[in-house]
Design a protein around this ligand. Structure first.
Ligand SMILES: Cc1cc2nc3c(=O)[nH]c(=O)nc-3n(C[C@H](O)[C@H](O)[C@H](O)COP(=O)(O)OP(=O)(O)OC[C@H]3O[C@@H](n4cnc5c(N)ncnc54)[C@H](O)[C@@H]3O)c2cc1C
Length: 291
């Protein structure tokens, strides 16, 4: 996860390889897989080439996918696309994604088998609410994630603007099992220890980063749902920070619908208001999946 050459220094789009191009010759939005890492039997990450024209704000999502199975009658194939948060920062010359493997999921039952050199479809129209523009200036920024909801924050955590705008950046990540924290843990570790990342984000800025992983099922140093840890005040006591306040605190939330709803209630109870691109406020929310 070392920083790559910034997109601004790119002179041309990385060409689609012969092998990959031969597999799906007609796709206008084809990108080539450059790296795949598996974490558990239900989680993996992958990197693909980035279209030279694609600009996005760290935290946004795009539609990606594969060609579906041929229609049994006509033999025609249609793209099978799903929303995916871009997990890499906006300066990276490749795009990274962090994905679930749903065993009978139309897309991820196939996507989990991709290899470097394969082709994925990427519609270059980034959108989303988990962006700095949707928040008013503040002192302390919280990222609250469960499961693959970590993905947009993997992008924002590698964006210098995140550290320039806040005195403290706190990422909480809650999963059932310890192994499900691996992608996030590795990323935090690489931000803290990678020399190039330190240079890019500013060594002094890295001291602002606080990582708060919790598990709900398997035993780990910190157990519990983040919503409960907020309600009891344990989160703030552990971090040595005051409870949530609209004067100082900003938050971005990404998880299941239930998680998002519960956190929204807690944030609003603390006096924070939900913002949007068109009307920045104190917190923003995005679903990590539909279902
Ligand atoms: C804005 C947005 C951003 C998203 N970003 C990501 C991302 O960065 N990484 C990612 O893996 N998925 C992400 N998703 C979910 C993604 O769009 C697909 O649902 C997922 O890839 C599964 O696709 P599928 O076709 O295999 O199964 P689907 O038919 O899409 O889903 C089958 C069922 O699996 C469950 N499910 C789907 N996705 C997840 C998930 N991520 N975590 C836990 N359970 C899930 C749901 O219960 C769903 O009903 C995002 C969804 C939205 C709306």
């Amino acid at each position: 996860m070392a920083p790559r050459r910034p997109i601004d220094q790119m002179t041309e789009q990385t060409p689609v390889t012969q092998t990959a191009a031969a597999k799906v010759p007609t796709l206008p939005d084809a990108q080539t897989v450059t790296e795949v890492k598996h974490y558990t039997d239900s989680l993996f990450s992958f990197r693909v080439t980035r279209p030279a024209s694609l600009r996005f704000r760290s935290g946004e999502f795009v539609m990606i996918g594969l060609m579906g199975d041929p229609d049994p009658v006509t033999g025609r194939q249609k793209p099978l696309l799903r929303a995916y948060s871009i997990a890499s920062p906006s300066w990276d010359d490749e795009l990274e994604f962090y994905s679930i493997k749903v065993q009978n999921g139309p897309l991820t039952s196939k996507l989990q088998h991709i290899q470097p050199g394969d082709t994925v479809i990427l519609r270059p129209k980034p959108v989303g609410t988990l962006v700095h523009d949707a928040l008013l200036p503040g002192k302390r920024l919280y990222f609250f994630a469960t499961g693959t909801g970590f993905a947009p924050f993997a992008s924002l955590l590698r964006d210098p603007e995140t550290y320039e705008s806040y005195d403290e950046v706190i990422i909480t990540h809650t999963c059932r099992e310890v192994a499900e924290l691996t992608y996030g843990r590795d990323l935090i570790e690489s931000i803290r220890s990678d020399e190039l990342m330190g240079e890019l984000l500013g060594e002094e800025n890295l001291a602002k980063l606080r990582y708060y992983p919790t598990t709900t099922r398997e035993q780990s140093p910190k157990m519990g749902r983040i919503t409960s840890l907020i309600e009891t005040g344990e989160l703030f006591a552990d971090l040595g920070v005051p409870p949530l306040s609209p004067e100082t605190d900003r938050a971005m939330v990404c998880g299941s619908l239930g998680f998002n709803t519960d956190l929204k209630v807690l944030l609003e109870k603390a006096g924070l208001r939900e913002g949007a691109n068109s009307e920045p406020a104190e917190f923003v929310v995005e679903k990590a999946f539909v279902g």
